[in-house]
Design a protein around this ligand. Structure first.
Ligand SMILES: [Zn+2]
Length: 500
Protein backbone atom coordinates (compact mmCIF):
# COMPACT_ATOMS: atom_id res chain seq x y z
CA UNK A 1 0.00 0.00 0.00
CA UNK A 2 2.03 2.92 -1.29
CA UNK A 3 0.18 5.64 0.57
CA UNK A 4 0.56 4.01 3.92
CA UNK A 5 4.15 3.37 3.10
CA UNK A 6 4.69 7.05 2.36
CA UNK A 7 3.11 8.19 5.62
CA UNK A 8 5.22 5.77 7.58
CA UNK A 9 8.38 6.78 5.76
CA UNK A 10 7.75 10.47 6.38
CA UNK A 11 7.07 10.02 10.08
CA UNK A 12 10.10 7.76 10.36
CA UNK A 13 12.31 10.31 8.63
CA UNK A 14 11.05 12.87 11.14
CA UNK A 15 11.84 10.51 13.95
CA UNK A 16 15.28 9.55 12.77
CA UNK A 17 16.30 13.09 11.96
CA UNK A 18 14.81 14.58 15.09
CA UNK A 19 17.27 16.04 17.52
CA UNK A 20 16.89 17.18 21.10
CA UNK A 21 17.76 20.56 22.49
CA UNK A 22 21.35 19.37 22.74
CA UNK A 23 21.38 18.76 18.99
CA UNK A 24 21.94 15.09 19.62
CA UNK A 25 19.63 12.54 18.01
CA UNK A 26 18.18 10.57 20.93
CA UNK A 27 18.85 7.30 19.11
CA UNK A 28 22.53 7.95 19.78
CA UNK A 29 21.80 7.50 23.48
CA UNK A 30 21.44 3.79 22.78
CA UNK A 31 25.04 2.79 23.45
CA UNK A 32 26.73 -0.60 23.40
CA UNK A 33 28.67 0.20 26.58
CA UNK A 34 25.46 0.81 28.55
CA UNK A 35 23.78 -2.28 27.14
CA UNK A 36 26.82 -4.39 28.01
CA UNK A 37 27.05 -3.09 31.58
CA UNK A 38 23.33 -3.62 32.21
CA UNK A 39 23.39 -7.04 30.55
CA UNK A 40 26.27 -8.34 32.67
CA UNK A 41 24.55 -7.06 35.81
CA UNK A 42 21.10 -8.49 35.09
CA UNK A 43 22.37 -11.80 33.66
CA UNK A 44 25.25 -12.20 36.09
CA UNK A 45 25.41 -15.10 38.51
CA UNK A 46 24.49 -12.76 41.41
CA UNK A 47 20.95 -12.55 39.99
CA UNK A 48 20.73 -16.36 40.20
CA UNK A 49 18.68 -16.75 37.03
CA UNK A 50 15.71 -14.56 38.18
CA UNK A 51 13.20 -17.35 38.61
CA UNK A 52 9.53 -16.48 39.07
CA UNK A 53 8.19 -17.81 42.34
CA UNK A 54 11.47 -17.06 44.14
CA UNK A 55 12.94 -13.99 45.80
CA UNK A 56 15.45 -13.84 42.93
CA UNK A 57 12.79 -12.50 40.56
CA UNK A 58 12.01 -9.79 43.12
CA UNK A 59 15.69 -8.84 43.39
CA UNK A 60 15.99 -8.56 39.62
CA UNK A 61 12.74 -6.60 39.37
CA UNK A 62 13.87 -4.11 42.02
CA UNK A 63 17.10 -3.67 40.05
CA UNK A 64 15.15 -3.06 36.82
CA UNK A 65 12.89 -0.50 38.52
CA UNK A 66 15.85 1.38 39.96
CA UNK A 67 17.56 1.45 36.56
CA UNK A 68 14.29 2.63 34.96
CA UNK A 69 14.18 5.49 37.46
CA UNK A 70 17.79 6.37 36.65
CA UNK A 71 16.86 6.30 32.95
CA UNK A 72 14.40 9.13 33.65
CA UNK A 73 11.25 7.01 33.46
CA UNK A 74 8.32 7.61 35.77
CA UNK A 75 6.50 4.93 37.77
CA UNK A 76 3.40 3.55 36.04
CA UNK A 77 2.57 0.50 38.14
CA UNK A 78 0.11 0.26 41.01
CA UNK A 79 -0.29 2.99 43.65
CA UNK A 80 2.33 5.30 42.17
CA UNK A 81 5.06 2.64 42.17
CA UNK A 82 7.04 0.90 39.45
CA UNK A 83 5.49 -2.43 40.46
CA UNK A 84 2.39 -4.41 39.69
CA UNK A 85 2.35 -7.52 41.85
CA UNK A 86 0.18 -10.48 40.90
CA UNK A 87 -0.50 -13.85 42.51
CA UNK A 88 0.89 -17.01 41.00
CA UNK A 89 -0.92 -20.15 42.10
CA UNK A 90 1.54 -22.84 43.16
CA UNK A 91 0.73 -26.48 43.54
CA UNK A 92 3.15 -29.15 44.69
CA UNK A 93 3.63 -32.32 46.67
CA UNK A 94 3.84 -31.41 50.33
CA UNK A 95 7.16 -31.91 52.07
CA UNK A 96 5.09 -33.10 55.04
CA UNK A 97 4.18 -36.20 53.01
CA UNK A 98 5.61 -39.33 54.63
CA UNK A 99 7.23 -42.41 53.14
CA UNK A 100 8.51 -45.38 55.15
CA UNK A 101 10.22 -48.20 53.28
CA UNK A 102 11.21 -51.41 55.08
CA UNK A 103 10.85 -49.60 58.41
CA UNK A 104 13.04 -46.68 57.41
CA UNK A 105 11.41 -43.24 57.48
CA UNK A 106 12.63 -41.30 54.44
CA UNK A 107 12.94 -37.53 54.31
CA UNK A 108 10.57 -36.14 51.66
CA UNK A 109 12.44 -34.00 49.16
CA UNK A 110 15.84 -35.32 50.22
CA UNK A 111 15.78 -39.13 50.41
CA UNK A 112 12.58 -39.58 48.47
CA UNK A 113 10.80 -37.52 45.83
CA UNK A 114 7.65 -38.08 43.86
CA UNK A 115 7.44 -38.04 40.10
CA UNK A 116 4.05 -36.42 39.64
CA UNK A 117 1.41 -34.41 41.48
CA UNK A 118 -0.51 -37.43 42.69
CA UNK A 119 -1.97 -37.70 46.17
CA UNK A 120 -2.65 -40.98 47.87
CA UNK A 121 -2.26 -43.40 50.75
CA UNK A 122 -0.29 -46.61 50.30
CA UNK A 123 0.26 -49.51 52.69
CA UNK A 124 1.57 -52.41 50.65
CA UNK A 125 4.07 -55.21 50.59
CA UNK A 126 6.92 -54.92 48.15
CA UNK A 127 7.64 -56.97 45.06
CA UNK A 128 11.19 -56.45 43.87
CA UNK A 129 11.58 -56.64 40.11
CA UNK A 130 13.85 -59.35 38.76
CA UNK A 131 15.74 -59.25 35.49
CA UNK A 132 12.81 -60.89 33.71
CA UNK A 133 10.01 -59.09 31.88
CA UNK A 134 7.76 -56.91 34.00
CA UNK A 135 4.61 -57.55 32.05
CA UNK A 136 2.40 -60.13 33.66
CA UNK A 137 3.88 -60.09 37.18
CA UNK A 138 1.14 -60.22 39.84
CA UNK A 139 1.29 -56.74 41.36
CA UNK A 140 -2.26 -56.14 42.57
CA UNK A 141 -1.99 -54.20 45.87
CA UNK A 142 1.80 -54.60 45.81
CA UNK A 143 4.46 -51.90 45.57
CA UNK A 144 6.86 -52.62 42.71
CA UNK A 145 10.49 -51.78 43.52
CA UNK A 146 12.94 -51.43 40.62
CA UNK A 147 16.58 -50.44 40.83
CA UNK A 148 17.74 -47.91 38.24
CA UNK A 149 20.82 -48.95 36.33
CA UNK A 150 22.26 -46.00 34.42
CA UNK A 151 23.40 -46.90 30.90
CA UNK A 152 27.15 -47.35 30.48
CA UNK A 153 27.25 -44.72 27.77
CA UNK A 154 24.97 -41.70 28.13
CA UNK A 155 22.63 -41.24 25.23
CA UNK A 156 23.60 -38.78 22.52
CA UNK A 157 20.80 -36.40 23.35
CA UNK A 158 21.44 -36.15 27.09
CA UNK A 159 21.59 -32.35 26.96
CA UNK A 160 19.82 -30.06 29.40
CA UNK A 161 16.77 -29.62 27.22
CA UNK A 162 16.03 -33.31 26.87
CA UNK A 163 13.90 -35.26 29.32
CA UNK A 164 15.82 -36.82 32.18
CA UNK A 165 16.63 -40.43 31.29
CA UNK A 166 15.63 -41.55 34.80
CA UNK A 167 12.13 -40.15 34.41
CA UNK A 168 11.72 -41.57 30.91
CA UNK A 169 12.79 -44.97 32.27
CA UNK A 170 10.34 -44.92 35.19
CA UNK A 171 7.45 -43.77 33.02
CA UNK A 172 8.27 -46.66 30.69
CA UNK A 173 7.98 -49.08 33.60
CA UNK A 174 4.72 -47.50 34.64
CA UNK A 175 3.32 -48.17 31.18
CA UNK A 176 4.51 -51.79 31.20
CA UNK A 177 2.90 -52.67 34.54
CA UNK A 178 -0.20 -50.49 34.34
CA UNK A 179 -2.42 -53.47 33.56
CA UNK A 180 -1.19 -55.22 36.75
CA UNK A 181 -2.49 -52.33 38.90
CA UNK A 182 0.34 -51.94 41.42
CA UNK A 183 -0.24 -49.81 44.53
CA UNK A 184 2.95 -47.83 43.92
CA UNK A 185 6.17 -47.95 41.92
CA UNK A 186 9.47 -47.21 43.65
CA UNK A 187 12.69 -46.52 41.76
CA UNK A 188 15.85 -47.07 43.78
CA UNK A 189 18.44 -44.59 42.47
CA UNK A 190 22.12 -45.40 43.10
CA UNK A 191 24.56 -42.58 43.82
CA UNK A 192 26.24 -43.29 40.49
CA UNK A 193 23.13 -41.75 38.92
CA UNK A 194 23.26 -38.61 41.06
CA UNK A 195 23.10 -36.43 37.94
CA UNK A 196 19.80 -38.02 36.99
CA UNK A 197 18.53 -37.69 40.57
CA UNK A 198 19.35 -33.98 40.46
CA UNK A 199 17.52 -33.49 37.19
CA UNK A 200 14.34 -35.04 38.52
CA UNK A 201 14.66 -33.50 41.99
CA UNK A 202 14.95 -29.95 40.63
CA UNK A 203 11.27 -29.92 39.69
CA UNK A 204 10.06 -31.26 43.05
CA UNK A 205 10.00 -28.05 45.17
CA UNK A 206 8.74 -26.02 42.21
CA UNK A 207 5.60 -28.01 41.53
CA UNK A 208 3.42 -26.36 38.94
CA UNK A 209 2.44 -22.72 38.42
CA UNK A 210 -0.87 -21.32 37.27
CA UNK A 211 -2.43 -17.92 36.80
CA UNK A 212 -6.01 -17.00 37.53
CA UNK A 213 -6.29 -13.56 35.90
CA UNK A 214 -10.00 -13.07 36.50
CA UNK A 215 -10.45 -15.05 39.71
CA UNK A 216 -12.72 -17.69 38.21
CA UNK A 217 -10.47 -20.74 38.14
CA UNK A 218 -11.64 -23.59 40.37
CA UNK A 219 -9.24 -24.56 43.17
CA UNK A 220 -6.83 -27.24 42.10
CA UNK A 221 -6.86 -30.64 43.68
CA UNK A 222 -4.45 -33.48 43.11
CA UNK A 223 -5.66 -36.46 41.13
CA UNK A 224 -5.62 -39.79 42.91
CA UNK A 225 -3.32 -42.21 41.22
CA UNK A 226 -0.40 -44.55 41.56
CA UNK A 227 2.48 -42.80 43.36
CA UNK A 228 5.77 -42.96 41.50
CA UNK A 229 8.62 -42.56 43.97
CA UNK A 230 12.35 -42.11 43.57
CA UNK A 231 14.37 -43.24 46.60
CA UNK A 232 18.05 -42.51 47.06
CA UNK A 233 19.77 -45.87 47.52
CA UNK A 234 22.24 -44.39 50.00
CA UNK A 235 19.34 -43.41 52.29
CA UNK A 236 18.46 -47.07 52.82
CA UNK A 237 20.11 -49.27 55.45
CA UNK A 238 20.00 -52.42 53.35
CA UNK A 239 18.83 -53.64 49.93
CA UNK A 240 15.05 -53.89 49.72
CA UNK A 241 13.72 -57.44 49.49
CA UNK A 242 10.33 -58.73 48.40
CA UNK A 243 7.95 -58.79 51.35
CA UNK A 244 9.24 -55.53 52.83
CA UNK A 245 6.56 -52.94 53.54
CA UNK A 246 5.93 -49.53 51.97
CA UNK A 247 3.79 -47.04 53.87
CA UNK A 248 3.24 -43.70 52.18
CA UNK A 249 0.96 -40.74 52.71
CA UNK A 250 1.31 -38.30 49.81
CA UNK A 251 -0.47 -34.96 50.10
CA UNK A 252 -0.27 -31.72 48.16
CA UNK A 253 0.09 -28.03 49.02
CA UNK A 254 -1.66 -25.21 47.22
CA UNK A 255 -0.59 -21.63 47.87
CA UNK A 256 0.02 -18.35 46.11
CA UNK A 257 3.34 -16.61 45.61
CA UNK A 258 3.77 -13.13 44.17
CA UNK A 259 5.31 -12.35 40.83
CA UNK A 260 5.66 -8.81 39.54
CA UNK A 261 5.53 -6.67 36.43
CA UNK A 262 7.76 -3.60 36.41
CA UNK A 263 5.90 -0.71 34.74
CA UNK A 264 7.28 2.72 33.81
CA UNK A 265 6.42 5.52 31.42
CA UNK A 266 7.73 8.56 29.59
CA UNK A 267 4.82 11.00 29.13
CA UNK A 268 4.28 12.29 25.60
CA UNK A 269 4.87 15.93 24.70
CA UNK A 270 1.70 16.43 22.63
CA UNK A 271 -1.21 17.15 24.99
CA UNK A 272 -3.66 15.77 22.44
CA UNK A 273 -1.85 12.45 22.01
CA UNK A 274 -0.17 11.94 25.39
CA UNK A 275 -3.10 9.82 26.55
CA UNK A 276 -2.05 7.17 24.04
CA UNK A 277 0.83 4.78 24.64
CA UNK A 278 3.42 2.89 22.67
CA UNK A 279 4.21 -0.13 24.85
CA UNK A 280 7.76 -1.54 24.88
CA UNK A 281 7.67 -5.08 26.27
CA UNK A 282 10.17 -7.57 27.68
CA UNK A 283 10.32 -10.17 30.44
CA UNK A 284 12.85 -10.07 33.24
CA UNK A 285 12.44 -13.60 34.63
CA UNK A 286 14.27 -16.74 33.63
CA UNK A 287 14.78 -20.30 34.88
CA UNK A 288 16.78 -19.79 38.06
CA UNK A 289 19.24 -22.15 39.73
CA UNK A 290 18.78 -25.72 38.53
CA UNK A 291 20.91 -28.81 38.17
CA UNK A 292 24.49 -28.23 37.11
CA UNK A 293 25.70 -28.93 33.60
CA UNK A 294 29.51 -28.92 33.30
CA UNK A 295 29.60 -27.44 36.80
CA UNK A 296 27.34 -24.47 35.97
CA UNK A 297 24.04 -24.45 37.86
CA UNK A 298 22.85 -20.86 37.22
CA UNK A 299 20.57 -20.67 34.20
CA UNK A 300 21.38 -17.01 33.53
CA UNK A 301 18.99 -16.26 30.69
CA UNK A 302 21.28 -13.65 29.17
CA UNK A 303 19.71 -13.82 25.74
CA UNK A 304 16.39 -14.96 27.24
CA UNK A 305 15.58 -12.26 28.08
CA UNK A 306 18.08 -9.98 29.76
CA UNK A 307 18.82 -8.70 26.25
CA UNK A 308 15.43 -7.06 25.76
CA UNK A 309 15.13 -6.12 29.44
CA UNK A 310 18.25 -3.95 29.11
CA UNK A 311 17.22 -2.79 25.63
CA UNK A 312 14.12 -1.24 27.25
CA UNK A 313 16.35 0.67 29.67
CA UNK A 314 18.35 2.08 26.73
CA UNK A 315 15.16 2.96 24.86
CA UNK A 316 13.89 4.60 28.04
CA UNK A 317 17.00 6.79 28.24
CA UNK A 318 16.54 7.84 24.59
CA UNK A 319 12.85 8.64 24.94
CA UNK A 320 13.03 10.42 28.29
CA UNK A 321 15.73 12.66 26.76
CA UNK A 322 13.30 13.62 24.04
CA UNK A 323 9.71 12.42 24.52
CA UNK A 324 7.53 11.48 21.59
CA UNK A 325 4.14 12.99 20.85
CA UNK A 326 2.50 9.91 22.30
CA UNK A 327 3.57 8.52 25.66
CA UNK A 328 5.86 5.52 25.97
CA UNK A 329 4.98 2.70 28.35
CA UNK A 330 7.53 0.10 29.45
CA UNK A 331 6.50 -3.24 30.90
CA UNK A 332 9.04 -5.79 32.09
CA UNK A 333 6.76 -8.79 32.53
CA UNK A 334 7.23 -11.31 35.32
CA UNK A 335 6.78 -15.09 35.15
CA UNK A 336 6.92 -15.25 31.35
CA UNK A 337 8.83 -18.52 31.51
CA UNK A 338 6.05 -20.07 33.58
CA UNK A 339 3.48 -19.38 30.84
CA UNK A 340 3.27 -15.69 29.83
CA UNK A 341 1.79 -14.97 33.24
CA UNK A 342 2.85 -11.32 33.60
CA UNK A 343 1.51 -10.31 30.20
CA UNK A 344 -1.71 -12.27 30.67
CA UNK A 345 -2.15 -10.52 34.01
CA UNK A 346 -1.36 -7.06 32.62
CA UNK A 347 -3.87 -7.41 29.78
CA UNK A 348 -6.54 -8.35 32.34
CA UNK A 349 -5.43 -5.59 34.76
CA UNK A 350 -3.79 -2.81 32.71
CA UNK A 351 -2.50 0.24 34.60
CA UNK A 352 -3.52 2.46 31.64
CA UNK A 353 -6.69 1.80 29.62
CA UNK A 354 -6.00 -1.12 27.29
CA UNK A 355 -7.57 0.82 24.39
CA UNK A 356 -5.05 3.64 24.93
CA UNK A 357 -2.19 1.28 24.01
CA UNK A 358 -1.75 1.83 20.28
CA UNK A 359 1.07 -0.68 19.71
CA UNK A 360 2.99 -3.35 21.60
CA UNK A 361 6.62 -3.80 20.59
CA UNK A 362 7.82 -6.94 22.36
CA UNK A 363 11.31 -8.36 22.24
CA UNK A 364 12.55 -11.73 23.41
CA UNK A 365 16.06 -13.06 22.75
CA UNK A 366 17.72 -10.29 20.73
CA UNK A 367 21.45 -10.93 20.90
CA UNK A 368 22.56 -14.13 19.16
CA UNK A 369 22.97 -15.83 15.78
CA UNK A 370 24.03 -14.39 12.40
CA UNK A 371 24.78 -10.66 12.92
CA UNK A 372 23.14 -9.78 9.61
CA UNK A 373 19.79 -11.48 10.33
CA UNK A 374 16.81 -10.89 12.59
CA UNK A 375 13.16 -11.84 12.72
CA UNK A 376 9.95 -9.85 13.11
CA UNK A 377 7.04 -12.06 14.10
CA UNK A 378 3.52 -10.84 13.60
CA UNK A 379 4.55 -9.58 10.15
CA UNK A 380 2.75 -12.22 8.08
CA UNK A 381 -0.80 -13.56 8.21
CA UNK A 382 -2.29 -15.12 10.26
CA UNK A 383 -0.03 -13.57 12.93
CA UNK A 384 -0.15 -10.07 11.44
CA UNK A 385 -2.71 -7.91 13.21
CA UNK A 386 -1.71 -4.50 11.86
CA UNK A 387 -0.24 -4.16 8.35
CA UNK A 388 0.43 -0.48 9.10
CA UNK A 389 2.51 -1.30 12.16
CA UNK A 390 4.43 -3.95 10.21
CA UNK A 391 5.26 -1.41 7.52
CA UNK A 392 6.50 1.10 10.09
CA UNK A 393 8.78 -1.56 11.58
CA UNK A 394 10.13 -2.62 8.18
CA UNK A 395 10.82 1.02 7.31
CA UNK A 396 12.60 1.50 10.63
CA UNK A 397 14.77 -1.52 9.91
CA UNK A 398 15.64 -0.15 6.50
CA UNK A 399 16.49 3.23 8.01
CA UNK A 400 18.53 2.32 11.08
CA UNK A 401 19.40 -1.38 11.37
CA UNK A 402 19.30 -3.00 7.91
CA UNK A 403 18.87 -6.57 9.05
CA UNK A 404 17.95 -9.23 6.55
CA UNK A 405 14.58 -10.37 7.86
CA UNK A 406 14.16 -14.11 8.35
CA UNK A 407 10.41 -14.60 7.82
CA UNK A 408 10.40 -18.39 8.05
CA UNK A 409 9.60 -18.47 11.78
CA UNK A 410 6.51 -16.33 11.17
CA UNK A 411 5.07 -19.17 9.09
CA UNK A 412 2.13 -20.69 11.03
CA UNK A 413 3.43 -24.15 10.08
CA UNK A 414 6.90 -23.54 11.57
CA UNK A 415 7.49 -26.38 14.01
CA UNK A 416 8.59 -24.15 16.90
CA UNK A 417 5.34 -22.15 16.97
CA UNK A 418 7.57 -19.25 18.03
CA UNK A 419 4.88 -16.59 17.61
CA UNK A 420 2.94 -18.12 20.50
CA UNK A 421 5.81 -18.08 22.94
CA UNK A 422 6.30 -14.52 24.17
CA UNK A 423 4.55 -11.61 25.81
CA UNK A 424 3.06 -9.87 22.76
CA UNK A 425 0.57 -12.73 22.42
CA UNK A 426 -1.99 -11.77 25.11
CA UNK A 427 -2.02 -8.20 23.74
CA UNK A 428 -2.50 -9.38 20.15
CA UNK A 429 -5.36 -11.58 21.27
CA UNK A 430 -6.88 -8.59 23.08
CA UNK A 431 -6.92 -6.53 19.89
CA UNK A 432 -3.76 -4.43 20.29
CA UNK A 433 -1.43 -4.11 17.26
CA UNK A 434 1.60 -6.16 18.31
CA UNK A 435 5.00 -7.20 17.01
CA UNK A 436 7.69 -9.56 18.28
CA UNK A 437 11.36 -8.65 17.66
CA UNK A 438 13.78 -11.57 18.06
CA UNK A 439 17.02 -13.09 16.83
CA UNK A 440 15.58 -16.59 17.38
CA UNK A 441 16.64 -19.79 19.09
CA UNK A 442 20.12 -21.30 19.47
CA UNK A 443 21.79 -24.28 21.12
CA UNK A 444 22.15 -22.46 24.48
CA UNK A 445 18.42 -21.73 24.78
CA UNK A 446 17.16 -22.83 28.22
CA UNK A 447 20.52 -24.20 29.34
CA UNK A 448 23.07 -22.89 31.88
CA UNK A 449 25.14 -21.72 28.89
CA UNK A 450 22.93 -18.76 27.97
CA UNK A 451 25.56 -16.46 29.50
CA UNK A 452 26.21 -12.72 28.95
CA UNK A 453 29.64 -13.23 27.36
CA UNK A 454 27.92 -15.11 24.52
CA UNK A 455 25.78 -12.11 23.56
CA UNK A 456 26.63 -10.12 20.42
CA UNK A 457 26.20 -6.69 22.04
CA UNK A 458 26.65 -4.85 18.73
CA UNK A 459 23.76 -6.84 17.31
CA UNK A 460 21.71 -6.21 20.46
CA UNK A 461 22.32 -2.47 20.00
CA UNK A 462 21.02 -2.65 16.42
CA UNK A 463 17.94 -4.57 17.59
CA UNK A 464 17.40 -1.96 20.31
CA UNK A 465 17.64 0.89 17.80
CA UNK A 466 15.18 -0.92 15.54
CA UNK A 467 12.64 -1.26 18.35
CA UNK A 468 13.24 2.35 19.35
CA UNK A 469 12.88 3.73 15.80
CA UNK A 470 9.69 1.74 15.29
CA UNK A 471 8.25 3.06 18.53
CA UNK A 472 9.39 6.60 17.77
CA UNK A 473 7.66 6.53 14.38
CA UNK A 474 4.43 5.25 15.97
CA UNK A 475 4.65 7.91 18.67
CA UNK A 476 5.11 10.72 16.14
CA UNK A 477 2.49 9.67 13.57
CA UNK A 478 -0.74 11.65 13.29
CA UNK A 479 -2.77 8.45 13.33
CA UNK A 480 -2.22 5.33 15.36
CA UNK A 481 -1.64 2.12 13.36
CA UNK A 482 -4.94 0.44 12.56
CA UNK A 483 -5.80 -2.98 13.94
CA UNK A 484 -6.80 -5.43 11.21
CA UNK A 485 -10.39 -6.47 12.06
CA UNK A 486 -9.88 -9.66 10.02
CA UNK A 487 -7.06 -10.79 12.36
CA UNK A 488 -7.73 -14.30 13.57
CA UNK A 489 -5.14 -16.70 14.88
CA UNK A 490 -5.81 -19.95 13.10
CA UNK A 491 -4.05 -22.12 15.60
CA UNK A 492 -2.72 -21.67 19.06
CA UNK A 493 -0.67 -23.51 21.61
CA UNK A 494 -1.03 -23.30 25.35
CA UNK A 495 1.95 -22.91 27.66
CA UNK A 496 2.62 -26.63 27.56
CA UNK A 497 2.98 -26.54 23.77
CA UNK A 498 -0.30 -28.34 23.19
CA UNK A 499 -2.40 -27.14 20.28
CA UNK A 500 -5.65 -25.59 21.39
ZN1 LIG B 1 11.97 -15.42 26.72
Amino acid sequence: MPRRHLIAAVSLATAVASAGASGQDPIDRIREADLRADLFALAGDAMRGREAGTADEMTASAWVAERAREAGLQPAGDNGTYFQFFPVERFRVSTSSTVTLDGKALRMGRDVITDALVAGLVDALVTVATDGPLEGIALKDRALVVRYAPPDTPSQDAGPRTQAALRVWLRGIQTKVAASAPAAIVAIVPDTAADQWNRVAVAFPRGTYALDPDGTAPPRTAPRGIPLLYVRESALDAPIRSGARLVASISTDSFTYPSVNVVAKAPGRDARLAGEYVLFSAHQDHDGVRYAVNGDEVWNGADDNATTAVALLAIGRAISAQPGRRSALFVWHGAEERGLMGSRWYVAHPTVPLRSIVAVLNGDMMGRNDPTQAALLGALPPHRNSPELVQIALDANAAVSRFTIDSSWDDPQHREGWYYRSDHLPYARAGVPALFFTTLLHADYHTPFDNPERIDVAKLARMTRWMYATGRAVAEADKAPAFDPAFKLERCRDSTGTYC
